[in-house]
Design a protein around this ligand. Structure first.
Ligand code: HEM
Length: 506
C-alpha cells in the first residue's frame, strides 16, 4: 500500500512538474507553439510522422506564430527559441556574437574527433583553432591549391567520357559529385590520392558513406547530439565511430610523420596541423589534449565539407536540367570567360568571371539549404535581453534555432519561393534582400569557414562539365524532388539521374 501511495505521489509530482514546465512561455509572455508534452516540438520527426526538415517547416508555419519575430517551443521538456525575424537573426549571429559563441551540438571525451572538431568545439578553444585554420581558406592559399581541383575535375570529365555511348550517358549526379568531392578532399586536405572517380568504393568514399548513413539508433544519436548532447553521451553515440576514427588517425598521422621527416612544406592542411602540434593547446577546462585535436580538424573536411558541397552541386545541376534557358546562360558565361582567359581554366576566371554561375549555386542553396536550421546557445552567464522585441531575457545556455529551410522558402522574404530564380541574387536584387534572410553558409564569427573553398570546388567542376556537355533530362529524371525524410542534412528523396550529352563549347 505504501509503495502504491509513493508511486502515485511521484506520478503527481512529475505531472505537476510537466505542466509547470509547459507553462514556461506563457509565464514569460512569449509566443509559443503547443507541442507534444513529452517529446516537444520535434515529436513528428521522432515518431517518424515526417522528416526532420518537414518538422522544422511545420513548426515555423504554425498559424499561432505567423507574424512573430521569434517563438518558443520545447525539445523534450527543455524550452528553446526559434528566431524568425532576419534582423533578430543578424543580432544573434553577427552583432551580439559574444553572447552566442557556441553551437548546441557537441560531443564528449569518448568521441574526441567529434568533440574537438571546429564545428562542435566550444569557445575559447574554438577561437584558437579557428584562427589557426583560417589561413588555409584564404584566396591566396586556394589559388595555390587550384591546380589540384583542376586536375581532379579533369578526372571527373574523363570518368564521364569513359561511360559515354553515342555521346550520351545517364548519370546519378549525386554519386558522381560525391566521388569528385572525396578525391578533392583527400588530395587538397590530406595530400593523398583517393581515386574514387576510378573506384567508387575507395576507402575514403566508404568513410564518407559511413558518416552519412544512419539507421534508427545512429539517427537518434545524431538527433540527440544536436539537441540534447548530454543524452547522446548517455547512450554512447559517437559522431566518429571507432572504425572511422581509426582510419582517419592512421592516414593523417602517416602523412604528418612523412612530412615532418622530409621537412617538405606544401602550405596545405597537413602543414597547419604540424604547426598546431607545436602549440600548447589546452581543453577549455585547462587540461592538456592529445593529438586527436589535430585529427579532428582533418575530419572537419568530411563532416563539414563533403556532403555539403556534393549536395549543393547536385541540386544545382538538377535545376539546370529543369531550366534549360538558365543552363544556356551559364554556358554562355563560361564561354565568354574562357575566351577572355585564352581558353585556360584559371582560378581568377572561375572565381571572378562567372558571377551568374555563382548565383545559380546560391539559389540552389536557398532552395535546398544543407541544414534545416542553425543552432546557437546563449553563452552570456548574465543572460541576453531581447529588448525592444520583448522584455524577456534569454537565460544562459538556452538553445536558439535559426530556421534556414523555412526562412529560405518564406513568401515574405522570397516571393514565389519555390521558383528557381538565380536572378534573386543579382547584385541589384541582393541589395533589397534583408541581411540574414539567406543563411545558407550561416553568418557571423561562426560562419562556414569553407565557403570560398566550396565555391572553388563546385565552380571548377561546373566549368569543366558545362564546357564539354549539356545536361538534359533522362527518362528517369524526377519531375519533382523533395527532401529525403530519413536525412538529417539535405538529401533528395529520389536519385538525381540526368543525361550528360556531349556538346563542347568550342
Ligand atoms: C556548399 C558547401 C557548404 C555549405 C552549404 C556549408 C554550410 C555550413 C553552415 C550552414 C555552417 C554553419 C554556420 C553557422 O553556424 O553560422 C557551416 C559551418 C562550417 N563549415 Fe561549412 N558548408 C559548406 C562547405 C564547407 C567546406 C568545403 C568546409 C571545409 C572544411 C566547411 C567547413 C565548415 C566548418 C569547419 C564549419 C564550422 C565553423 C565554425 O564553427 O567556426 N564547410 N557550414
Amino acid at each position: 500500500m505504501a509503495v502504491l501511495l509513493g508511486f502515485f505521489v511521484i506520478l503527481i509530482l512529475i505531472t505537476i512538474w510537466l505542466y509547470w514546465q509547459q507553462s514556461y512561455f506563457k509565464r514569460h509572455n512569449i509566443p509559443y507553439v503547443q507541442t507534444n508534452i513529452f517529446l516537444g516540438g520535434l515529436s513528428d520527426s521522432l515518431l517518424r510522422k515526417c522528416g526532420f526538415f518537414e518538422n522544422v517547416m511545420r513548426l515555423y508555419r504554425r498559424p499561432e506564430v505567423a507574424d512573430v519575430p521569434f517563438f518558443g517551443f520545447f525539445i523534450f521538456q527543455r524550452p528553446a527559441l526559434v528566431i524568425k525575424d532576419p534582423e533578430l537573426i543578424k543580432r544573434i549571429m553577427v552583432k551580439d556574437f559574444n553572447s552566442f559563441q557556441n553551437r548546441v551540438t557537441a560531443s564528449y571525451d569518448g568521441d574526441p574527433l567529434g568533440k574537438y572538431n571546429l564545428i562542435f568545439v566550444k569557445n575559447p578553444l574554438w577561437k584558437r583553432l579557428r584562427d589557426k585554420l583560417t589561413p588555409f581558406f584564404t584566396s591566396g592559399k586556394l589559388k595555390k591549391m587550384f591546380y589540384i581541383m583542376d586536375k581532379v575535375s579533369s578526372d571527373l570529365v574523363k570518368s564521364v567520357d569513359a561511360k559515354m555511348i553515342n555521346d550520351k550517358v545517364e548519370i546519378n549526379v549525386r554519386e558522381l559529385i560525391a566521388a569528385y568531392g572525396t578525391d578533392v578532399i583527400a588530395s587538397v586536405a590530406y595530400g593523398l590520392e583517393a581515386k574514387t572517380l576510378e573506384n567508387p568504393n575507395s576507402d575514403f568514399r566508404q568513410v564518407g558513406r559511413r558518416l552519412y548513413t544512419f539507421n534508427f539508433i545512429k539517427g537518434l544519436g545524431r538527433f540527440l547530439q544536436a539537441t540534447r548532447p548530454e543524452l547522446a553521451k548517455v547512450i554512447g553515440y559517437k559522431r566518429f565511430d571507432d572504425e572511422v576514427s581509426g582510419f582517419m588517425r592512421a592516414n593523417i598521422n602517416h602523412v604528418m610523420t612523412e612530412r615532418a621527416k622530409t621537412g617538405e612544406v606544401r602550405h596545405d592542411l597537413i602543414d597547419i596541423l604540424n604547426e598546431l602540434k607545436k602549440m600548447d593547446l589546452k581543453d577549455n577546462d585547462g587540461t592538456p589534449i592529445s593529438d586527436d585535436v589535430l585529427y579532428a580538424q582533418a575530419c572537419v573536411f568530411f563532416i563539414g565539407g563533403f556532403e555539403t558541397s556534393s549536395s549543393t552541386q547536385s541540386f544545382a545541376m538538377y535545376e539546370l536540367v529543369k531550366h534549360q534557358d538558365i543552363q544556356e546562360r551559364v554556358r554562355d558565361e563560361i564561354k565568354e570567360m574562357l575566351i577572355k582567359h585564352n581558353g585556360e581554366i584559371t582560378y581568377e576566371g572561375v572565381m571572378n568571371d562567372t558571377p551568374f554561375l555563382q548565383q545559380v549555386i546560391i539559389e540552389a542553396l536557398r532552395l535546398y539549404p544543407i541544414v534545416a536550421w542553425i543552432d546557437r546557445e546563449c553563452t552570456d552567464p548574465n543572460g541576453y535581453s531581447l529588448e525592444p522585441y520583448s522584455n524577456f531575457k534569454i537565460p544562459y545556455k538556452m538553445q536558439l534555432y535559426m530556421p534556414a529551410y523555412p526562412l529560405h522558402r518564406d513568401e515574405k522574404l522570397f516571393p514565389n519561393p519555390t521558383k528557381f530564380d538565380p536572378d534573386r541574387f543579382s547584385p541589384e536584387n541582393k541589395q533589397n534582400m534583408p541581411a540574414c534572410a539567406f543563411i545558407g553558409f550561416g553568418a557571423g564569427n561562426r560562419i562556414c569557414i569553407g565557403e570560398r573553398f566550396a565555391y572553388v570546388q563546385m565552380k571548377t567542376a561546373f566549368v569543366k562539365i558545362l564546357k564539354e556537355y549539356r545536361l538534359e533530362p533522362s527518362l528517369s529524371t524526377p519531375s519533382e524532388i523533395g527532401v529525403n525524410s530519413n536525412a538529417a542534412v539535405m538529401q533528395p528523396d529520389k536519385p538525381l539521374l540526368l543525361n550528360f550529352v556531349r556538346d563542347p563549347l568550342f
